[in-house]
Design a protein around this ligand. Structure first.
Ligand code: ADP
Length: 490
């Protein structure tokens, strides 16, 4: 099969969170399975250009219809660790992708509507006719709509559209005039309840709703979250639309790129190890403590790595930090938020705790440091309020770092409690709590730190059981290919 992915992120060149990991990892898995895969991304000025090989112009003068004129674009091509990527660079006064960061601008929906239109136009004029066009999240949600309403009538009728939702919270709601910008010229037709009209604001369009309506199949990134999105408020208002299209909606668990995340080969960690040489993991703990100036001690090291977003349970992260320090553990945090208020709050906390030898807060984005934390920590807390899939707990498992998670979304699908799971003991791999409150978090952390202190051999067994879990792309890869085949032939 020939598959084109279009997305706003792809690790490691343009990564903010799990979306980037998934686009890269899924593309690679599909290639391994014998498919031909190409990825289309915006050409951000802030990308990690050191991860692109052979970057060169492949299409000059792509004239993208936009509002009542055209925007000229240059399309670049390069290999990102072996994956074929096209980068679209618009030349306009808006400087859509030359702003120093990936997200966080008031004209966000305009930037990505333009990217969606430009990517479709590039496929059209370059003669690319993929079997499947796979889009991701609200940023590229307009593409299935454009495909059905415009490009299918211009020779792309055989292209099928698959859309993956990584986060229901951000749906891309905008004024209906955005449709006119991309050539969907009948707002009265599109701004209808059974098409793109937002269910809560009749004057607005909802791009994610458009993708669910128009794509041949939509999925979210774990079976549990697919259920939550349909039957609880975690669908963030899209529950009715998901109900309408239940026959083309499902959940496929994300995989983890086992080449990128591999403690046996990882270039960013101090000592390589496997489940069989687990004792060497301790050298990473030492290296991590030295790097972050945390005291050498006989205490367990608890960590948090992730975006500092309310979704992640910020009050619980803060509580985990304080509670761990008060209960004989150390704590390190690596995280950042585009919201200044949240960042400031954690900077304040960092200054407040600066002199304590048992903790370190690193506010910012640091891919290399993240690897060392996964390898060096004993426990990883993921107390999310909602979590479509979550990669942090899967990476932690791969590195023998025991996850302490809330039973929600993909966390519930991947972590099984050491004491209370209904799974056989040999399949248990972490600690789980139900309610997003201090009592729930404390009970799980108490059990985790207790096992580390009182039964180190059992704790090591639990960590090694985590390393034995297979959360690679192997199974999800097969699931995605299955859906592609289904939409091609139905
Ligand atoms: P989300 O997609 O909601 O951000 P996931 O758990 O699915 O959460 O994926 C998060 C990914 O981003 C992981 O690979 C994690 O290591 C990485 N990550 C998040 N924040 C940071 C950071 N500040 N520095 C380095 N890596 C980070």
């Amino acid at each position: 099969m020939y598959i084109v992915m279009a997305a706003s992120e792809c690790a490691p060149v343009a990564k903010v969170g799990g979306l980037g990991d998934v686009v890269f990892g899924l593309a690679r898995e599909l290639e391994i399975r014998g498919n031909s895969v190409e990825i289309i991304l915006p050409k951000y000025d802030c990308m990690r250009y050191d991860h692109i090989w052979g970057l060169q112009v492949t299409w000059e003068g792509l004239m993208v219809p936009w509002c009542d004129g055209h925007v000229p674009c240059t399309v670049w091509f390069g290999f990102v660790h072996g994956s074929k990527c096209f980068f679209i660079e618009p030349h306009s006064a808006d400087r859509f992708f030359e702003r120093g960061t990936y997200y966080g601008f008031p004209d966000e929906h305009v930037r990505f509507a333009f990217f969606s239109k430009a990517a479709m136009e590039f496929l059209l004029v370059s003669g690319k006719r993929p079997d499947v066009l796979h889009t991701h999240d609200w940023q590229t949600a307009l593409m299935p709509v454009l495909l059905c309403e415009i490009y299918a009538h211009q020779g792309m009728a055989n292209v099928r559209a698959m859309h993956t939702i990584h986060n229901f919270k951000h749906q891309g709601t905008a004024g209906a005039d955005l449709l006119w910008s991309v050539g969907l010229n009948r707002p009265e037709y599109y701004c209808q309840p059974d098409r793109l009209q937002d269910d809560h604001n009749p004057t607005a369009i909802n791009l994610m709703k458009g993708a669910i309506t128009y794509a041949n199949y939509t999925n979210t990134v774990s079976p549990r979250h697919a259920w939550e999105a349909r039957y609880t408020d975690q669908g963030c208002g899209l529950g009715h639309t998901l109900y309408r299209f239940a026959d083309k909606f499902g959940g496929i668990l994300n995989g983890l790129d086992y080449e990128m995340w591999n403690p046996e080969l990882d270039p960013y960690i101090a000592a390589h190890y496997t489940a069989a040489t687990f004792a060497r993991k301790a050298d990473n703990r030492t290296a991590l403590r030295r790097r972050l100036l945390v005291a050498e001690s006989a205490k367990p090291l608890v960590a948090y790595v992730g975006r500092l977003d309310t979704q992640k349970g910020l009050h619980l992260i803060r509580h985990a930090l304080h509670w761990s320090l008060e209960n004989g553990a150390q704590f390190v945090l690596l995280g950042a938020s585009p919201e200044l208020g949240i960042n400031d709050e954690f900077w304040h906390l960092k200054h407040h705790l600066n002199d304590l030898p048992d903790c370190h807060l690193e506010i910012g984005y640091d891919e290399e440091l993240a690897h060392l934390i996964y390898a060096g920590a004993d426990l990883m807390v993921v107390p999310s309020l909602y979590e479509p899939c979550g990669l942090t707990q899967m990476i932690a498992l791969r590195y023998g770092t025991v996850p302490v998670v809330r039973a929600v979304g993909g966390l519930a699908d991947t972590v099984f409690d050491w004491d209370h799971s209904d799974r056989p003991v040999a399949e248990r791999n972490g600690f789980v709590f139900d309610h997003a409150d201090f009592a729930g978090l404390e009970s799980a952390l108490r059990r985790a730190i207790g096992l580390w202190n009182d039964a180190p051999a059992l704790f090591r067994q639990l960590a090694r059981q985590g390393m034995a879990c297979d959360y690679s792309w192997n199974r999800p890869g097969a699931d995605y290919v299955g859906v592609y085949e289904w939409i091609r032939h139905k």
